[in-house]
Design a binder for this molecule. Structure first.
Ligand code: SAH
Ligand code: ZN
Ligand code: ZN
Ligand code: ZN
Ligand code: ZN
Length: 460
């Protein structure tokens, strides 16, 4: 692939989520019919932009991997690809699929649980449950021995989180947040959870379902991390790419998902998703709309004009982007905490604030946030808000996005972060030590030139 150097780099940046309309950014044109495929399913079409205009040749790049090291697929849209190269690519894609199928992994699991504890080994290097005949092959790898049934029920603890920021960005819910989400789901009356990129929530549901007799909730996990296929059957896990709505297990797996969404006897469905924060909001939105359509198609007449209920867990600074695609959504003040993310974790002191929120199309007043964690109900806004979030009389809403008390700027005619001051040069509020009219690459959040994400005016 001759153009890998320049193009590949653009691809990496494109999928890295540079602002779609940025000055000198990249625009995602989306899933094109007849797009070429990489091992991660159909590639997405991108174009380089300058001052909001398309500039240069359009190209395809991997939908899932934002790091070239993980997948370097690149092709110009108008590039002629020879038969020989197509064949080579197909073979490459085949060779880059997991070594066992999901079916095989289920069978391996069934054999694994029959083994006595002393023979249950997990290879930490290959991230794989081992059967005794395979020990030899892994003899110079690190094992975990005596894998218990409890450990098999918590694969998210057994597997190491894929933290490489660009591709998987696997950040696991802190127990408190996971428990909160599940209780909320149950209190709202849902009985089925489509867990899209939320393995820990799925795991909590699965493990309760196997332990508590009167626990009625079921979950289907959709995730690109195929390691989970070692622990769940084909009815519990689908290998799925949420950036291009691609089911790796093709029709059978698609059908599993469709059936799961086809609720009967009053088992209401909610989708919960916690995608990598790297960007590509438009690609995610397009996939989620397709999942919503799968739900709708299976709907009975009585839900005609409704949307599938959804929790989209994402940082607050993406609010405007999410609302662009889902105008019916609102952002909740609840701060979602993570186990393995130093920044998004409530320390013992509770000083660190997580920027991650729940976006939902459910009526905000129904989302009850824990009073013992400081949330309170604002009767005017009709929703629960952070303790520090003051109702602003002028904006007529509780305006804080980050949990701190914000202040109203009469010149900007809106509330801004407490650390901001009105700048008469820029004609908007900003940090005191910002550089006025700074030029350069567009802002990550709104795409406009002149500021970076941290001082983006659209954040308020
Ligand atoms: N907080 C969640 C995990 C979120 S991390 C929990 O604790 O359950 C993001 C998740 O999305 C990971 O499980 C990761 O494997 C998955 N993921 C990353 N890229 C994906 C893609 N392209 N398609 C589907 N899932 C993806
Ligand atoms: Zn790829
Ligand atoms: Zn209010
Ligand atoms: Zn205000
Ligand atoms: Zn101002």
């Amino acid at each position: 692939e001759g153009c890998r150097e320049g193009g590949g780099d653009m691809a990496a940046r494109g999928a890295g989520g540079l602002c779609a309309q940025g000055a000198g950014g990249l625009a995602l044109l989306g899933l094109a019919p007849g797009a070429p495929s990489c091992p991660h399913g159909p590639a997405l079409l991108f174009v380089k932009t300058s001052q909001g205009r398309e500039e240069g040749r359009r190209f395809y790049a991997c939908s899932a991997c934002r790091d070239r090291k993980d997948c370097n697929f690149f092709q110009w849209e108008d590039e002629k690809v020879s038969e020989a190269r197509l064949a080579a690519r197909e073979e490459y894609n085949r060779n880059h699929q997991p070594s066992f199928t999901h079916r095989q992994n289920v069978e391996r699991y069934n054999n694994f649980v029959l083994l006595p504890l002393s023979k249950r080994r997990f290879c930490q290097e290959c991230q794989q449950l081992l059967l005794p005949a395979e020990w030899e092959k892994h003899s110079d790898h690190q094992f975990l021995c005596d894998v218990s049934s409890a450990q098999l029920k918590s694969p998210s603890q057994l597997l190491y989180p894929l933290e490489n920021k660009k591709t998987n960005a696997q950040y696991l819910f802190a127990d408190r947040s996971c428990q909160f989400l599940l209780n909320l789901i149950i209190d709202l009356g849902f009985r089925r959870v489509l867990s899209v990129g939320t393995p820990r929530l799925h795991e909590m549901i699965q493990s309760k379902a196997s332990q508590e007799e009167d626990f009625r909730v079921r979950s289907l996990l959709l995730d690109i991390d195929f390691r989970y296929s070692q622990f769940y059957t084909e009815d519990e896990f689908c290998h799925y790419n949420m950036f291009n709505h691609y089911f790796f297990g093709r029709e059978a797996s698609y059908e599993t998902c469709r059936k799961f969404l086809n609720q009967d006897n009053d088992e209401r469905v909610i989708m919960v998703t916690d995608p990598p924060f790297g960007g590509l909001v438009e690609a995610l939105a397009s996939s989620f709309k397709k999942l919503m359509t799968m739900w709708k198609e299976t709907e009975k007449e009585d839900h005609n004009n409704q949307e599938m209920p959804m929790f989209w867990i994402f940082p607050y600074f993406f609010e405007s982007r999410i609302l662009e695609f889902f105008p019916s959504f609102s952002m909740m003040d609840y701060q979602v905490d993570y186990d393995n993310h130093a920044l998004y974790k409530h320390g013992k002191t509770g000083r660190r604030q997580s920027p991650v929120r729940i976006f939902t199309n459910l009526t905000p007043s129904m989302i009850v946030l824990p009073v013992e964690e400081g949330y309170r109900f604002c009767a005017i806004c009709q929703r629960y808000v952070s303790s520090g979030n003051q109702h602003c009389e002028i904006c007529d809403s509780c305006t804080s996005k980050d949990g701190r008390r914000w202040k109203h700027c009469p010149l900007c005619k809106k509330c801004v972060k407490p650390s901001w001051f009105h700048c008469y040069n820029c004609n908007c509020c900003a940090l005191q030590n910002h550089t006025c009219e700074k030029t350069g690459a567009g802002c990550y959040v709104c795409g406009k030139a002149g500021h970076k994400r941290s001082t983006c005016p659209s954040l308020s």
